[in-house]
Design a protein around this ligand. Sequence first.
Ligand SMILES: Cc1ncc(C[n+]2csc(CCOP(=O)(O)OP(=O)(O)O)c2C)c(N)n1
Length: 606
Amino acid sequence: MTRVDDITRAGITAAGPRRPRADLLNSIRSPTDLRRLDENELADLAAEIRTFLVSSVSAVGGHLGSNLGVVELTLALHRVFSSPRDRILFDIGHQTYVHKIITGRRGEFGTLRQLGGLSGYPSRAESDHDVIENSHASTVLAYADGVAKASALRPETERLVVAVIGDGALTGGMCWEALNNIGASRRPIVVVLNDNARSYDPTAGSLAAHLHELRSAPSADVRSVFEVLGLDYLGPVDGHDIAAVEAALSAASVLERPALVHCVTTKGKGYQPAEQDETDCLHAVGVIDPTTGRPATTPRPTWTSVFGDEVVAIGRRRPDVVAITAAMKNPVGLGQFAAEFPDRTFDVGMAEQHAVASAAGLAMSGMHPVVAIYATFLNRAFDQVLMDVALHRLAVTFVLDRAGITGPDGASHHGIWDLSMLALVPGLRVACPRDPARLRQLVQAAVAIDSGPTAIRFPKESLGDDIDAVNRIGETDVLLSAGHDVLLVAVGATAPTCLAVAEKLRTRGVGVTVVDPRWVLPVDPALTTMAADYRTVYTVEDGLRDGGVGNAIARACRDAHVPAPVHSFGLPCRFLPHGTRKELASECGLDPAEIVADILWNGGLR
Ligand SMILES: Cc1ncc(C[n+]2csc(CCOP(=O)(O)OP(=O)(O)O)c2C)c(N)n1
């Protein structure tokens, strides 16, 4: 087992008492370079990789704890299998930094998650060694099943298929659909279970209890659920012991039938601030001080924390309010609620579909569930929102965090499909708060609605000041009333952008009124009535133009025979890259200057 008792200045635990070679990392340009290293050199390399991970991730932010935990596992994978011929598939892909380092991308870590820079997830454009880049969890076993099926049908493409998955992601239903197929098929697939007993929090549910049993009583006769499903079970293996992992992987690779190698790892391994972080072992961090692991800047209130405070206040008044999270209690702001109301908080694992359908069950039995989820992960549960909740007119409140452009996590994490999806759900009311005061009011209002489902969405960006309304017409707040050329409809957090646009237009002599409908779907009839008094209507949203709020307002105006044309500003229907929110918004024409130029030139108002 790798010795890790020597603590360096940055809190990094290095290998053994021997004097480590410090320049090994430089000599690794591809996985084949790993094969000539002996046991001691591999231990030194692992220590060097950890130092590199801490220094590069602390400078720009990214997934730290998850990557520190898979250093030896990744070295072993690349020594036993021949990537890219053999397919090494990573579930989620947040734990692929070591894989990137080994496959020739170490030099680009200074650009990690920045516009035009290295992706924080696998990226097919970056390397042939990256096969899947969908960072929505629990898919890898299905991909592996497909690759194995194709290999069987096309023997000329002979290759081994390896699927690496965490114990957290294994709680997702797709995994069990895949295991049901893989086990019965008898096709050779090596599943590598990276079991650190955590998602962000300790992993929830009876599967976690089963893994705990397998981990802690290796000699006892515990039959693994994987064997029952038709996979050979190898383990548990110390995932930080490269030789042991290699032996298990090699044994699995020659079985010619499906097998699972159970590797036990420590999240944050070798970096004290991560190992000792009770919240999530520094799963993902912003810019941090590498010595302490603490954020480099003082955290300020966020949309998430305002929601978190409000839902606790509601919970104190309303014993029927329960909270549901899909393994993201703290990231979605439910930490305080869970601490105060543990019996009314349900962590269902990485299982968004179950989160929503079980919320339906709770709602039909007299509770009011608040399902707090990142907007991008609601995609998973569209059918449950539609059929299990809305068709039954159940009072469930969805709180969609990280809506709109999210920034450095890139294509899979932008929460840009939610409004277009939710616009298709009959009877669902959707609110977009523009500021902290509206967020509190709208959460209260949503939870007070008992006749059907509600959703509230807000972005990741930092929280601005409250923006008071000058008037309210119907449900719609008037933020600025300065003329009747243009009616500018702000969707939620785009309000400051719209007010900046209005200021610029006014200096050009254009009369502008800015409104915030607050409840954006279905469209407030007062808004269409108002629209009839303007020459043109513009809507601005941080979501897809296709099928979004602007689209719904345009249709409502047409149906009401409003003569003014309705134009929508929003995001194009394409996979946006990683970058800052500001950079990406600007690239999509959503900054004030671009909107003003468009209105003046294309709206005939110049
Ligand atoms: C469908 C889905 N839901 C939620 C997430 C957010 N998420 C990213 S990593 C993670 C925890 C992963 O735990 P595990 O698979 O055990 O990997 P670890 O980081 O612990 O190695 C979660 C909840 C996601 N990527 N996909």
